[in-house]
Design a protein around this ligand. Sequence first.
Ligand code: ZN
Length: 247
Amino acid sequence: MTDEELLRYSRHIFVPQIDITGQQKISKANILVIGLGGLGSSASLYLAAAGIGTLHLADFDNVEISNLQRQIIHNTTNIGLNKAKSAQKQLQMLNPHINIIPHDQKLSFEQLSQLTASSDVILDCTDNFTARDAINRACVMHHKPLVSASAIGTNGQITTFDLRDLQSPCYQCLFAGDEENLTCSQAGVLGPIVGILGAMQALEALKIIAQFGTSLTGKLLCFDALSCKMRTFNFERDLSCPVCNPK
Ligand SMILES: [Zn+2]
């Protein structure tokens, strides 16, 4: 690590649970962020700031003016630009020492599978069931940790599926049959909620990479912005799950 990197990351290195060893793991890590909306904005800013070695950013949408109330990685001058490319510009200014690779086309399952296989942690920051289902299947296939969050209206939720452990539940175990496709564009969402949940996704990823603390594996954390209360519910693997336990 160079002197400049030691200085840049010093406030993480001072945290005893991270230290220089944890920072070195962070610098070697490869993380895939899918969706550069509200959750992905906040998550990828913290991951880039932390010095994650390689960030793959996947989003085929373009920045629209209605995104800017919450998707804080984008700005007014980038309206019309692809979100993965807009995010890359912002993150590279924040941290020029890391590799940031944008994917601006819709990923086929084959491409998603390949990217998943080469990543250490996958962040699902999308807003629809079809994408979430495909990401889950790729993570189950390659036994990769998946950090999944969502937010709508005045509520948000987050969990981690640590699929390196063959006994871990997957997204389908938790949300089987829950294919409701209400998105922020239809229902609205309070801006800071996606920021909070995205920052928590970055936190979960850092914990997995630098191996400290306890992840949200098997726990769904629900945040209610109106009362500022967080509640955590335990859940288990569904032994009849068609994705992680096909017979
Ligand atoms: Zn499952």
